[in-house]
Write a protein of this length. Structure first.
Lengths: 355, 505, 310
C-alpha cells in the first residue's frame, strides 16, 4: 500500500507532495459537489467534457510516455461503442445485460488493438507510419460502418444503422440504478479519477520506466534485454482499452453512435487535446481535454463560424511557442519556482517530499 | 388576431367562412371541407380569449441548429438565412396565408383562393393549367395562385411577445448536435426546435427530443418513414419525389433505368423505392451502383453505365465528393438523360457546375428559386433584399421558412406556446400558402403534402418546369397505418417493413 | 451488399467487343493511377525529403484549385492558370515554411499536429472568405469513343501529365545541383551542412516545391471536382495510402510503383464487385503490403539494386 502511494507520488507527472494532493482531493470534492448547484443539463454537459479524458490519457501514455503516436484511437472508441450497443441492446431484458455489454465492449477494444498492434509492432514499421496506419484503420471502420444501412445488417435485434448510426442504446444499469443525468455524472467522475490514479501509478512503476526508456532509445532498451515489440504492443492495448472506456461512456451519454465518431475530424481531436495539454504529463492532458471540449462547445453554441479556425490557430500556436504543451509548460514553470524558493529556504536538504 | 388570420387570404379579397362556396366542382370532398371550416371556426372561438392574457415581454424562442461551418455549411447557411427572414417577418407583423383545414385535400385550397378551383377540359388560363401528372388526360385542374401570400398578422411578434431565433452551429458534427439540442431544450428552454440537415443529425437529436417531449420540426427532404409524436417532418419524402420523376422519365425516355446512389441510408432506401416502383411503371432497373460517400473518382462507374446502355440514369448522389460525378461523366462523353431527387434543389449544382455537366437533368422538387409564380418571385425578392450576397435560395430554405410561419400561426390560434397544446393544434391539419404553393400538414403522420414540380435543365443548365403536381401527399406512412394522433410512436420505418417492397428485394 | 444487380462484364455478343472493353479497362486503370499519383505527389516530395507528414496537403490542393478557378474566371487560359497555381501555392508553401514549419525539423510528430492545425485554418478560412464554393472550371477537351465506351480527352491528358511530372521530378533530383544538394541533405543533414550546403534553403525550396506540386495537382484535378473549402479531405486518404505503400526508400519510384500497384488492385475489384469493394480492397491491400514490406514497395527496388536505389 505504501509502495502504491509512493508510486502515485512519483516524479513522472506534474505535481507532487502534500499540497498538490490536497488540491487534487479538493478538486475531486468540487466535482462531487457540483450537481448540488448545477442543473441536470449542466451536469450532463460537464460529464461529456470529462468522458473523453480516459481516451486522452491513453494517448498521452502511448505518445508522450511511449513515443508512439496513434492517429486512430477513435477506432477503438467506436469499436467499444458499437459492441456495447449490440450486446447491451440484445440483452436488454436480462438482469446483467448492460454489464455484459461493458465487458464485451472492453474485450473487443482490447482484442482488436492486440491484433492490429501485432501488425504494427511485430512488423516493425517505421515510427512515422504508425499514425498513418492507425488513421487508415479508423477511416476504414468509419467507411465500413457507414455502409451498413440496409436491413440485412443486423446483429440479433439491433440494426447497425449505417451512416445514420445506431440509436436507442440502453444506459448502464446496476441493480435498480440506471446511470442517467446525475448518476451518470458521478459514474464519469469516478472512472476518470480511477484512470488517472492507476495510470500515474503505472508510469512510475517499472513498466512505465521501461516505456520511457523505449521512447528515449529503442536500441539501447532492446540491448538491455527488453522485448520492445511486446512493451509497445502492451501499451498500445492499454491505450486502446482506455479509448474503449471513453467510447463506452459516450454511448451511455448520447444513447447513440454514428460512424462519424471515427471520422477524420474526430480522429484528430485526441491528438489535439494531448498536444495542447502537454503529452508527457497525464494531469496536463486531462485538464486540456476538459478545457478544450468546453471551448469547442462554447464557441459553436454561440453560433461562431470561426470555431474551427480558432481551434486550428490554437494548435499551431501551441506547437510553435509551447511545444511541451500549454498546461504542462505552465505547471513546470510553477513547480520550478516553488522548488527554487524552497531550496533557498531549506538549503540543507533536497526539496522533494516524496521519495 | 384577426379573422383574416384564421381564414387567410389576401385581406379584402374574400369573405371568410363560406365553406360550401369553393367546392363548386372538381375533385373536392364537400364534407371534409365543411368539417375543416368547422374546426377553423372553433379555432377562432378558442383563440380569442387567450389574446387578452398574453402580453408578456419574454420572447418566444425558436431554437435553430444547422451546420454553418464544415462540410454541410453550403446547405445550412441557406436554411439559417431563411429562418431569419421568417422570424423578421413575424416580428414585423406578417404571416403567411393559411389556416387549419381538418383532414384536408386538394379542394380545401379553395377556401382561400380568390377563384374556386374548377375542372375544365381543353385550354384554360396559361399558367394555371396543370397536367394531372400521368399520361396527358382530357381533364386539367385549374388551381388558383393566390397572388399575395404574405399578409398582416394583426400584431407585431407572437402573442404580443417578440420572437427570438436562438441559433447554433452544429459544425456537421453529430456529437455537437446532441450537446446543442440538449442545451436548447434544457437550458434555453426553447418553445420549438427547428433543426437538422442530414438524417444522421436528426437521428442524433430525436432521442433527446422524445425524452424531453420537445416540439420539433425537421424541415429537410429525406428518405421518409419517421413516425414520431413529437416530430413534424415538413420536407418532401421519397413517395412524393421518386414516383413522379420516374413516371415522367419512363414516359419520355424509356423503361431501362440505371441507378447510381450514394452508399448510405438515404441512397440505399431511395434506390429501393426506384427498384420497387419500376415494375409498376412498366420499367426495369437494369443496373445499380452504390459508390461510398468518400469516392470522388468515377471512371469505373461511368464505364459500367456505358456498358449497360440504359435509357436514363437515376443519380442519387450526395455531398461534395459525389457531385464530382457530373463533370466527370460529361467529360467522358456520357450524355444520358438524368433524374434525381436530391440535386439542384439544395446544392444548386446547375449553378455551380459549368454546362453541360448538369444538362438534361430532371428532378421532382417541391421548391427551387426559379419557380416563376408571382408569390415565389416576391419571396425570392424579399430574401435577396435581406441577404444580397447569398448564392442560392433552395428547397430546404423554403421549407424552413414556411415551417416557422406555420408554427407561429398555430401558436397564435391556440394563444399559448405550451408545447403540448401547440402540437395538438398542429394536429388539426393545417394548410399554409408557402412560396412553392399550398402545403398541407397531415395530422396522422406529421408529414406534409407538397406542390411538386418537375424541374428539367436544358443544354445551358437553365431550369424549366415541365410538369406540375399541385398536391402529392406523403402517403407511405398512411399506408403502413401510422396514426400519431391516436397511437403515438417514436420510430423510423424502413421499406423492409412494407410487404410491397419485399416483393422486389 | 451493394448492388443487387450487376452488369456482367463478360456479356459479349462477338469478338469485336473485346477491343473496346480492353480500352475501357486500360482507361480506368490509367485514371485511377493518375488520380492516386497526382493526389500524392506533393505529399511525397515533402515527406521523402524532409520527413514531415503534411496533413495540410489536401488544403494545399484546395488552394491550387482556388487559384486556378480565380484565374480562369478572369480570362486567363486554363494551362496558364495551372502554372499560376503551382507558383502561387509554392510561394505560400515557402512563406509557411519560413514562418512555421522550420521550427519543426527533427520533431516530425510536432509537425504532423501543426500541419493539421494549418489545414483546419485554411479550410474553414476559405469558407469564411470565399463562401461555400468557387465557380467551376469547365473540363477542357471533349471525348473520344471506342465501341460503346467513350473516354474523356482531359483524363487522357492527365495520365500523360502525371508521367511527365514524374520524369521531370526525377530529372530535378538526379541532374540538377539543387537535386544533388537535396539528396545530400536528405541523407545526412549535418555532413551536408559541413560541406557548405545551405540546408535551410534546401528545406525551404523542397517545402515550396511540395506545396507547389500539391497546388498544381489541385488545379489539374479542379475541373473534375467541385471546388469547395473542404475538397482537400477527399485527397488525404488516397494520398496517404499511396505514400505508405510506396515507402520512403526512393520516394518517387515508390509513388509510381504504389499508385500502379494499387490501381491494379482497385480497378478490377471495382469493376467486378462494385466501387465499395474497390475502396475496401485498396485499404486492405495497403495494410497487407505494410506487413510484408514494412518499408514499402520502393524497398523492393532497393533490395534488388542496393547500389542505385538512392
Amino acid at each position: 500500500m505504501m509502495r502504491m502511494l509512493q508510486l502515485l507520488n512519483g516524479p513522472h507527472d506534474l505535481g507532487r507532495g502534500r499540497g498538490f494532493w490536497s488540491g487534487m482531493v479538493l478538486l475531486a470534492a468540487a466535482f462531487l459537489a457540483y450537481p448540488t448547484i448545477a442543473s441536470s443539463f449542466s451536469a450532463t454537459n460537464v460529464a461529456y467534457y470529462l468522458l473523453n479524458i480516459p481516451m486522452a490519457l491513453g494517448l498521452s501514455l502511448l505518445w508522450g510516455y511511449g513515443g508512439v503516436l496513434s492517429f486512430g484511437q477513435v477506432a477503438f472508441y467506436g469499436i467499444a461503442g458499437y459492441t456495447y450497443g449490440i450486446v447491451a441492446g440484445n440483452l436488454q431484458d436480462f438482469a446483467w445485460g448492460t454489464e455484459a455489454g461493458v465487458l464485451a465492449a472492453l474485450l473487443a477494444a482490447g482484442l482488436s488493438a492486440a491484433a492490429f498492434g501485432y501488425f504494427l509492432f511485430y512488423g516493425r514499421v517505421a515510427a512515422w507510419i504508425v499514425p498513418i496506419l492507425t488513421l487508415v484503420l479508423a477511416l476504414l471502420l468509419a467507411t465500413f460502418l457507414g455502409l451498413t444501412a440496409g436491413y440485412q445488417w443486423r446483429v440479433g435485434d439491433i440494426q447497425l444503422g449505417g451512416y445514420n448510426g445506431m440509436t436507442g442504446i440502453p444506459a448502464l444499469q446496476i441493480g435498480g440504478l440506471t446511470f442517467q443525468d446525475y448518476a451518470f455524472f458521478y459514474l464519469v467522475v469516478a472512472i476518470v479519477a480511477i484512470c488517472y490514479v492507476a495510470l500515474r501509478i503505472w508510469v512510475n512503476a517499472h513498466r512505465g520506466q521501461v516505456l520511457m526508456a523505449i521512447r528515449e532509445d529503442v536500441l539501447r532498451t532492446e540491448l538491455l534485454g527488453y522485448d520492445v515489440r511486446l512493451e509497445q504492443l502492451r501499451v498500445f492495448v492499454i491505450a486502446s482499452v482506455l479509448a474503449g472506456v471513453s467510447g463506452l461512456l459516450y454511448v451511455q451519454w448520447g444513447n447513440y453512435i454514428t460512424p462519424s465518431a471515427m471520422g477524420l475530424q474526430q480522429a484528430a481531436l485526441p491528438v489535439i487535446w494531448v498536444a495542447v495539454g502537454g503529452r508527457d504529463s497525464l494531469l496536463a492532458v486531462a485538464i486540456a481535454t476538459f478545457l478544450l471540449n468546453q471551448l469547442t462547445y462554447i464557441l459553436s453554441s454561440g453560433g461562431n463560424q470561426s470555431a474551427l479556425v480558432i481551434v486550428g490557430a490554437l494548435l499551431v500556436a501551441v506547437m510553435m511557442f509551447a511545444p511541451e504543451g500549454i498546461i504542462a509548460g505552465l505547471g513546470r514553470l510553477h513547480w520550478l519556482h516553488w522548488l527554487r524558493a524552497r531550496r533557498r529556504a531549506v538549503p540543507s536538504g533536497p526539496a522533494s517530499s516524496g521519495k | 388576431m384577426t379573422d383574416s388570420e384564421n381564414f387567410p387570404a389576401s385581406p379584402g379579397e374574400i369573405e371568410p367562412a363560406q365553406p360550401s362556396a369553393p367546392c363548386s366542382g372538381g375533385p373536392t370532398r364537400r364534407g371534409l371541407i365543411q368539417g375543416a371550416a368547422g374546426i377553423a371556426a372553433a379555432g377562432v372561438v378558442l383563440a380569442r380569449p387567450n389574446i387578452v392574457r398574453a402580453a408578456s415581454e419574454t420572447p418566444v424562442k425558436v431554437g435553430f441548429i444547422e451546420d454553418e461551418s464544415g462540410n454541410l455549411s453550403i446547405y445550412g447557411i441557406q436554411k439559417l438565412h431563411a429562418a431569419r427572414l421568417a422570424v423578421q417577418e413575424i416580428n414585423d407583423g406578417y404571416t403567411l396565408a393559411g389556416g387549419p383545414v381538418g383532414s384536408g385535400c386538394l379542394g380545401t385550397m379553395g377556401l382561400y383562393s380568390p377563384t374556386p378551383p374548377t375542372l375544365t377540359s381543353g385550354p384554360g388560363a396559361k399558367l394555371n393549367i396543370i397536367n394531372d401528372g400521368g399520361t396527358p388526360s382530357e381533364h386539367a385542374i385549374v388551381t388558383a395562385d393566390t397572388e399575395e401570400i404574405l399578409i398582416p398578422s394583426g400584431e407585431k411578434g407572437l402573442l404580443g411577445r417578440p420572437v427570438d431565433l436562438v441559433s447554433s452551429d452544429g459544425q456537421s458534427n453529430n456529437t455537437l448536435w446532441q450537446q446543442l439540442a440538449r442545451r436548447m431544450i434544457q437550458q434555453d428552454k426553447v418553445d420549438v426546435l427547428v433543426a437538422g440537415f442530414a438524417s444522421a443529425e436528426r437521428e442524433a437529436i430525436r432521442p433527446i427530443v422524445d425524452q424531453r417531449k420537445q416540439l420539433y420540426f425537421y424541415t429537410n427532404q429525406y428518405e421518409g418513414g419517421v413516425a414520431d409524436g413529437y416530430t413534424f417532418c415538413t420536407g418532401a419524402v421519397c413517395e412524393q419525389q421518386v414516383i413522379p420523376v420516374m413516371q415522367y422519365m419512363v414516359e419520355k425516355f424509356g423503361p431501362k433505368i440505371f441507378t447510381i446512389a450514394a452508399n448510405y441510408n438515404f441512397g440505399q432506401l431511395t434506390a429501393a423505392w426506384v427498384r420497387s416502383f419500376a415494375p409498376v411503371l412498366k420499367a426495369k432497373v437494369i443496373g445499380e451502383e452504390f459508390p461510398p460517400l468518400e469516392v470522388s473518382e468515377f471512371s469505373s462507374v461511368i464505364a459500367k453505365v456505358q456498358a449497360a446502355k440504359p435509357d436514363w440514369v437515376m443519380t442519387l448522389l450526395v455531398g461534395q465528393n459525389q457531385s464530382n460525378y457530373y463533370p466527370q461523366a460529361a467529360a467522358a462523353g456520357l450524355h444520358l438523360p438524368m433524374a434525381s431527387t436530391v440535386n439542384m434543389a439544395q446544392g444548386y449544382e446547375h449553378k455551380r457546375f459549368t454546362p453541360p455537366s448538369l444538362a438534361n437533368m430532371h428532378n421532382a422538387v417541391n421548391y427551387m428559386q426559379e419557380i416563376p409564380t408571382k408569390r415565389n418571385q416576391d419571396f425570392v425578392a424579399r430574401f435577396y433584399k435581406m441577404f444580397p450576397n447569398d448564392p442560392y435560395l433552395g428547397q430546404m430554405a423554403q421549407n424552413t421558412y414556411f415551417t416557422i410561419h406555420l408554427y407561429a400561426k398555430a401558436v397564435r390560434l391556440i394563444g399559448t406556446t405550451d408545447q403540448e397544446k401547440v402540437r395538438r393544434t398542429l394536429e388539426a391539419g393545417w394548410a399554409i400558402e408557402a412560396p412553392e404553393g399550398t402545403v398541407f400538414l397531415e395530422p396522422a403522420t406529421h408529414h406534409a403534402s407538397h406542390y411538386i414540380r418537375l424541374a428539367a435543365t436544358d443544354e445551358k443548365q437553365q431550369i424549366s418546369f415541365v410538369r406540375e403536381w399541385p398536391m402529392i401527399e406523403a402517403w407511405w406512412l398512411q399506408r403502413l397505418g401510422v396514426n400519431l394522433v391516436r397511437h403515438p410512436e417514436h420510430k423510423q420505418y424502413t421499406p423492409q417493413e412494407d410487404p410491397f417492397f419485399k416483393m422486389f428485394g | 451488399m451493394s448492388g443487387s444487380e450487376r452488369i456482367p462484364l463478360s456479356r459479349r455478343e462477338g469478338g469485336s467487343k473485346v477491343l473496346p472493353e480492353l480500352a475501357s479497362i486500360l482507361y480506368q486503370f490509367g485514371t485511377n493511377a493518375a488520380f492516386l499519383l497526382l493526389s500524392a505527389l506533393g505529399l511525397i516530395v515533402i515527406l521523402g525529403m524532409m520527413n514531415i507528414i503534411n496533413l495540410a496537403h489536401g488544403e494545399f490542393m484546395m488552394l491550387g484549385a482556388y487559384v486556378a478557378s480565380f484565374a480562369v474566371h478572369r480570362g486567363i487560359p486554363f494551362p496558364l492558370a495551372v502554372i499560376l497555381a503551382f507558383f502561387a501555392t509554392g510561394a505560400f508553401g515557402i512563406v509557411l515554411e519560413r514562418l512555421v514549419i522550420r521550427r519543426f525539423y527533427g520533431r516530425e510528430l510536432g509537425a504532423l499536429v501543426t500541419t493539421w492545425g494549418i489545414s483546419l485554418i485554411l479550410a474553414q478560412g476559405a469558407l469564411l472568405l470565399f463562401g461555400p464554393y468557387m465557380p467551376p472550371i469547365p473540363i477542357p477537351g471533349g471525348a473520344v469513343s471506342e465501341g460503346v465506351f467513350s473516354f474523356s480527352v482531359y483524363w487522357l491528358i492527365l495520365i500523360g501529365i502525371s508521367i511527365v511530372l514524374v520524369v521531370a521530378l526525377t530529372l530535378v533530383y538526379r541532374a540538377t545541383p539543387f537535386g544533388l544538394q537535396a539528396r545530400a541533405t536528405m541523407q545526412n543533414p549535418s555532413i551536408a551542412r559541413s560541406l557548405g550546403i545551405r540546408t535551410g534553403r534546401v528545406y525551404m525550396l523542397t517545402f515550396g516545391l511540395g506545396a507547389g506540386l500539391a497546388g498544381l495537382s489541385g488545379a489539374l484535378l479542379a475541373p473534375a471536382t467541385s471546388i469547395a473549402p473542404f475538397m482537400g479531405q477527399q485527397f488525404v486518404a488516397p494520398a496517404f495510402i499511396t505514400v505508405v505503400v510506396g515507402g520512403g526508400a526512393n520516394v518517387i519510384a515508390g509513388a509510381v510503383g504504389s499508385s500502379t500497384f494499387l490501381s491494379l488492385i482497385e480497378t478490377p475489384v471495382s469493376l467486378t464487385l462494385g466501387t465499395f469493394y474497390g475502396t475496401m480492397a485498396l485499404l486492405v491491400m495497403a495494410l497487407l503490403i505494410i506487413r510484408v514490406l514494412p518499408a514499402g514497395i520502393s524497398s523492393l527496388g532497393a533490395r534488388l539494386r542496393p547500389a542505385v536505389a538512392r
